[in-house]
Write a protein that binds this ligand. Sequence first.
Ligand SMILES: CCCCCCCC/C=C\C=C\CC(=O)SCCNC(=O)CCNC(=O)[C@H](O)C(C)(C)COP(=O)(O)OP(=O)(O)OC[C@H]1O[C@@H](n2cnc3c(N)ncnc32)[C@H](O)[C@@H]1OP(=O)(O)O
Length: 718
Amino acid sequence: MATFSLLPGSVALITLTNPPVNALSAAVRAGIVQAVQRSVEDPKVKSVVICGQNGRFCGGADIREFAGPMSGPPLVPLIHAIEALDKPVVAAIEGLALGGGLELALGCHYRIAHTTALLGLPEVTLGLLPAAGGTQRLPRLAGLPAALDLITTGRHISGTEALELGIVDQVTDGSALDIALEFAKSIVGRPLNTRRLSTLPCRCPTDIDNLLDRFMVQVRQRARGALAPVACVGALRAAATLPYAQGLRKERELMDTLFNSGQARALQYAFFSQRVVGKWTLPSGARWDNTTSRTISTAAVIGLGTMGRGIAVALALAGMSVVAVETQEKQLSEARQMVPAMLQREAGRRGLDTAPGVISFCSSLQDVSEVELVIEAVFEDMALKLQLFRQLSAVCKPDTLLCSNTSGLDIDQLAAATQRPGLVVGMHFFAPAHIMKLLEVVCGTRSSPETVATVMQLGKRMGKVSVAVGNCPGFVGNRMLKPYTEQANFLLEEGAMPEQVDKVLEEFGFPMGVFRMSDLSGLDVGWRIRKAAGLTGPGVEPTRTRQGRRYSPLPDQMCEAGRLGQKTGRGWYQYDGPGGRVARSDPWVQTFLDAYRARHNLAARVIAAEEILERCLYSLINEGFKILQDGMAAGPEDIDAIYVFGYGWPRHRGGPMFHAGQVGLARVLEKLEHYQQLHPDVAPMKPSMLLRRLVAAGSPPIQKWRELIHRERVHSQL
Ligand SMILES: CCCCCCCC/C=C\C=C\CC(=O)SCCNC(=O)CCNC(=O)[C@H](O)C(C)(C)COP(=O)(O)OP(=O)(O)OC[C@H]1O[C@@H](n2cnc3c(N)ncnc32)[C@H](O)[C@@H]1OP(=O)(O)O
């Protein structure tokens, strides 16, 4: 709702009241309409201030309402009514003014903000555009270039930056509401003509077409198939070239298209998934809201390779005092040089003068004896990690949490090597660890709820999307990646080229196809894991069936030929030299594949893009269903958040499990059955029991899956 109060000095105060972010629900909009009407009709009212309850102006439209039929007064005429008032209206912006909230403020005659308030038009991140006049008023106020930047990226800016861009009239470090109330009294009777943004011309540079065309090219490149950023440029073109009323019509037309697109639904699902995963539950019944966490202020990182360095920086940025340990002299001295520079760069990028925490370097494990939490980031070798966990258990205080950054090894085994198995948990970061948003928090069988809560909380402080997952080989993300990369290798055996597979996946929206990604992370990573699993290496028969299932030795043979990817300048592609970044097709790979197929009597066939996409994605999705079935992820949102934030799954496609729902569960099942018939030796193609049950239950919407899984588990059918 919105409340109306008449204050001394004849100022009407309209307060938006809808915790936690005062979103513009139907009730709030109805409240504003009534309060504006009272302000018009009451002769005692000389000016108006609009604010939000609890120091938060407004978080925009109530996103939950987008899922059903819209009701209540629409926002566009409401904002016009405010703009048309002949009594001055001032927006007092504290906390946040986002989306429809900022559009409401743009309809006011003046805006006064706290310096730290967050302002922005983030609709693009929800697959929409600011359709309450935002695309038309903002460029009239801040100019076309600034509006293009803010609306196509959706980035939040501070009150201070908003002042620089001319979006607000004044900022304060004190109470924006107090200043606004005083200001409202002082401007009674001033003419308002120049304050009604819809009546002003758009502020454009001379060469509008050139600017818009250049911007469109950039936006299309960045968008990777997302529709909303492109539509935003279209709406801003209308603002720059058409009268306000026509521009507004164009804005609405584009919004209607976006609103009904699958992309908007996917992005809104992704918004809520991100929040759902913070509300973790464990099979034991421990949950985010019934478990206490400890606040960590001192931490250590063991092993200063690429991952360890990034983790140390991430911890320091979150305000922790960090001990960084590396036993190899050369690596330690490199880290001493590089890590402070990384820290400074990232602090600068986040607008901080200095990082809130500090990092000290040392070469002895004894130096971690006093810290509250240790993250091990040594080489991915179980024997090495077990030895380290035994040492840490002896050296550290009894209540120190011991965490491993392993990307797939058994957390229970590591816990068993210590005297404190309840305090052992996995913290699986993604490279570069100080930048990538995802953190898989791997809960071992004996990890205590307090340990999980502490690490989830720590992840949040580091600005990560932390997802609690179960302990199984590869956890969630890498477990699903395995059948996906395996399919890609099989496709090469059958006639595809790496470029062709990558193109299909990149057109789907991945920033990189599977082979370019493999070149970037290094082909030796998987090679080492396969050797440890006894799948390849000396003494292993060079067949295409290993351990009872189809196996492609192609990546092993690439490694044996010294083609480890970018680091060696050669992999599935060729690069300018070791460490090169620009991938070019390599005729060597064609010859290699031809020889391989000839050796194994494989006839190359032309493989359609559809088959490539279906086999890669559906085998990954099928593994996702198996993970849900095994209880290794609490719900589909957890898997989707992992893929969006850690594996480059295009956000506008929601995540793999959401995508399965969009395609239709019955169709995914039918396709898996089809490919399984063609390739009966490929185990990951065998449809999961859960997928079958969901289809049998009439393919319920994704929001209902958790309930069904829980029910079926109780009845032990999964
Ligand atoms: C057919 C055609 C129809 C066309 C209609 C045309 C007319 C359209 C007119 C106007 C359209 C306007 C579009 C918009 O305004 S879209 C919304 C834009 N706003 C946003 O994107 C903000 C989203 N929220 C956030 O970014 C953050 O939540 C933030 C506000 C920064 C607060 O962050 P934080 O303090 O970290 O808190 P949480 O994120 O955990 O959020 C707390 C809970 O609040 C819920 N929430 C937040 N924002 C909204 C919202 N806008 N609507 C509904 N709910 C919201 C969030 O889910 C959390 O809930 P819970 O505690 O249950 O998890």
